[in-house]
Design a protein around this ligand. Structure first.
Ligand code: AR6
Length: 180
């Protein structure tokens, strides 16, 4: 693991984070929705949706596992990285690989943009019904893999919305550290 990276886990609201970028658990339309997506568009104002529409007109939305970037509008964060996690269909439909790609593509975009701090929500574990224990182990493995392969100075923050999710992510992180 790179010595330059700090990973932290907090209980909170993603829209309040003061990292350079926050990640949105979006859908392929990029036109907003409920959960994290709704909260980000409400707090960030119409600028974010406007930029999402421009991306849509260029590339026709965002496929599952991919990521796109907009400004942060009125949010404390300068950027929003929108990714589309997989819908859980029982685990036999490539969900794990797609969720891993969502995290890695957000980190790749952040690196390209020179973003030094990024906050992730627990992608796919709300409306998309991904079991949180499995999602957490994929999320922490993706972050560790990226940090191992890139010199990535900065901070990665997981922002969990309830105590149970926070405990699950911390346990996944500790387990991954033990296995190393
Ligand atoms: N800050 C941090 N985490 C939150 C917040 C918040 N403000 N609000 C909810 N969560 P979800 P998905 C947690 O449903 O499963 C949308 O309608 C929540 O407890 O936001 O990837 C999109 O438009 C859960 O653990 O995202 C898509 O259609 C996690 O964030 C679809 O939902 C993710 O829940 C995406 O579903």
């Amino acid at each position: 693991m790179s010595n330059h990276i700090r990973v932290e886990f907090v209980l909170g609201d993603i829209t309040k984070q003061d990292t350079d970028a926050i990640v949105n658990a979006a859908n392929s339309s990029l036109l907003g929705g409920g959960g994290v997506d709704g909260a980000i568009h409400r707090a960030g104002g119409p600028q974010i949706l406007q930029e999402c529409k421009e991306i849509r007109s260029r590339q026709g939305g965002c496929p599952t596992g991919q990521a796109v970037i907009t400004s942060g509008g009125n949010l404390p964060a300068r950027y929003v990285i929108h990714t589309v996690g997989p819908v859980w269909h029982g685990g036999g439909h490539g969900e794990a690989a797609l969720l891993r790609e969502s995290y890695l593509n957000c980190l790749r975009l952040a690196r390209e943009k020179g973003i030094k701090s990024i906050a992730f929500p627990s992608i796919s574990t709300g409306a998309y019904r991904y079991p949180v224990e499995q999602a957490a182990s994929i999320a922490v493995a993706a972050v560790r893999e990226f940090a191992d392969n890139h010199d990535l100075p900065g901070q990665i923050r997981f922002v969990l919305f309830n105590d149970r999710h926070l405990a699950v992510y911390l346990a996944a992180w500790n387990k991954a550290a033990e296995c190393q």
